[in-house]
Ligand binder design. Structure first.
Ligand SMILES: [Zn+2]
Length: 491
């Protein structure tokens, strides 16, 4: 069944991957196909409640957390006794709905729904495990946990509001009020909204001492007659990000039929070869140094925390807070850099007439350090999912290609030179002695894997991602035959 599906989706492609072998990427591919069709976009707004409003938010939040934790406790108890039947779940849900309805109104049902969704996906994973279909990066699955910090036991504030129990009142570009009908609250928000459509379940989260509202929008979808106010409109004209029609995810059509092959890495965030023979490097710049800086920061706090905790010195809680804050900051900063890079890449490839991109996905990374591998894969998957969201706006299709040894294979002669990758990102063909940029070599191998033989005919263009945007590192000059880099174009 699974095999047939895979063969159908890759029909007509000249790829060398056997359809009989189980596809290690199958579940991720399914996720990707779903994501491509997804017409939802999430808006994130920063909430700026007044002191008395914040107290009310905390009250609602704590009630929500208690509801989740209590109901989850009962379900877990039954689960570990092997007697969590659908009937039992429904019974528990009813009981707690009535208990919390007084405080949370119909929004109590939203927490129960979310809890049910979480249990459903847990059971789905269990099923995949039984069928040996579990993705390789998932090593351990466990039933839904509590809304609390695993280490301190401190409650994690989440508030869920039904789609018809709130609305936004914009005041100006990027500012307005969030009205929570059941709690008579009108809270100031700041943030930009790029899309237009029907609003979904609102989620309010308290993280790193800030309040954020997450609103899912079904782009282009009309609101229901019973909830006319439940419709989000864009708050500003987004010139930079080129949203022409906020009611549609797809903003443009491709202007050509070129293909691009992309290797994702840490030094070169993207190494790209295009079927017209051009090659580009998008350098991560500060991404790598930030990544390692935060990694050190995070592990230091973690170490101090554990040391103090083992010595039963209460100050450890402080270090735990610092640790959480560092994790949060790392993710925020990297997220910003990655998203800048992805937007830039989409714009750039679209303007050159690319209609489809193929992204290499590493399969063999897992031998070394399990933890590091999991973090890397987590980022990889995140980046690829972000890429889908953005490239779909440009009408560019995406496919992932399993990369087993694209980094040691030689794109020049096709052999594997175990010692091909040398210093400073260079790859040397041991047969012809030609040198090539190692990441471009990997991108060329992705192309070769599915039957494209590309010869790099131009000098590599380089770009650098910074917190203030993208800088070109290639001086604008015409090719010169005496330029050694042109004679050796893929260097
Ligand atoms: Zn070679």
């Amino acid at each position: 069944m699974a095999d047939r599906k895979f063969r159908m989706s890759s029909g007509g492609n000249p790829r060398g991957v056997s359809a009989r072998e189980p596809d290690p990427l199958q579940s991720f591919r399914e996720l990707i196909e779903k994501r491509k069709k997804n017409n939802k976009r999430a808006v994130r707004l920063r909430l700026l409640p007044e002191k008395h409003e914040e107290e009310i938010l905390f009250d609602i939040g704590l009630a929500s957390v208690r509801l989740w934790n209590e109901l989850n406790y009962e379900k877990r108890k039954l689960f570990f006794r092997d007697s969590l039947t659908p009937e039992k779940r429904a019974e528990i849900n009813r009981k707690y709905y009535h208990k919390y309805k007084k405080v949370l109104g119909v929004n109590a049902g939203q927490i129960i729904d979310k809890n049910e969704e979480t249990w459903e996906s847990f059971f789905e994973l269990l099923k995949m495990k039984r069928q040996r279909r579990l993705p390789s990066h998932i090593s351990k699955i466990s039933p839904p946990g509590y809304w609390k910090d695993r280490i301190t036991g401190k409650k994690k504030i989440h508030i869920l509001i039904r789609n018809d129990r709130y609305y936004l009142e914009p005041i100006s570009d990027g500012e307005g009020r969030l009205i929570l009908k059941d709690f008579k609250l009108s809270i100031r928000y700041v943030g930009r909204i790029r899309w237009e459509g029907k609003q979904g379940r609102l989620e309010i989260i308290y993280e790193a001492n800030r309040w954020f509202a997450y609103i899912p929008i079904e782009v282009g979808e009309k609101s229901s007659k019973s909830n006319l106010k439940g419709y989000i409109k864009p708050s500003y004209k987004d010139k930079k990000n080129r949203i022409f029609n906020p009611k549609s995810i797809k903003q443009r059509d491709p202007v050509g039929d070129k293909k691009a092959f992309i290797d994702i890495g840490l030094n070169n965030l993207f190494a790209i070869v295009v079927s017209d023979g051009s090659a580009l490097l998008v350098k991560g710049g500060s991404i790598k140094s930030e990544y390692y800086w935060w990694k050190r920061e995070i592990s230091t706090y973690q170490a101090v925390r554990d040391l103090l905790r083992n010595a039963e010195i209460h100050k450890w809680v402080e270090y735990h807070e610092k640790y959480l804050k560092a994790l949060y900051k790392r993710n925020e900063r990297l997220r910003h850099l990655y998203r800048t890079a992805i937007r830039f890449l989409a714009e750039m490839l679209w303007s050159r007439g690319v209609e489809k991109i193929y992204i290499g996905y590493p399969i063999m990374l897992s031998q070394n350090n399990g933890n590091e591998y999991n973090t890397n894969i987590w980022w990889y998957r995140k980046i690829i999912l972000w890429m889908i969201d953005v490239f779909i706006e440009y009408g560019i299709d995406i496919e992932i290609i399993p990369e087993d040894h694209t980094s040691i294979e030689c794109s020049i002669c096709g052999e594997i030179h175990k010692n091909g990758r040398i210093y400073r990102g260079l790859y040397v063909c041991r047969k012809t002695n030609k040198k090539i940029n190692a990441d471009i070599n990997a991108a060329l191998n992705i192309a070769r894997k599915i039957g494209y033989k590309i010869i790099i005919s131009r000098k590599i263009e380089s770009y650098l991602i910074t917190h203030n945007g993208v800088k070109s590192l290639t001086p604008r000059q015409r090719a010169n035959t005496r330029d050694p880099e042109v004679r050796n174009p893929a260097l």
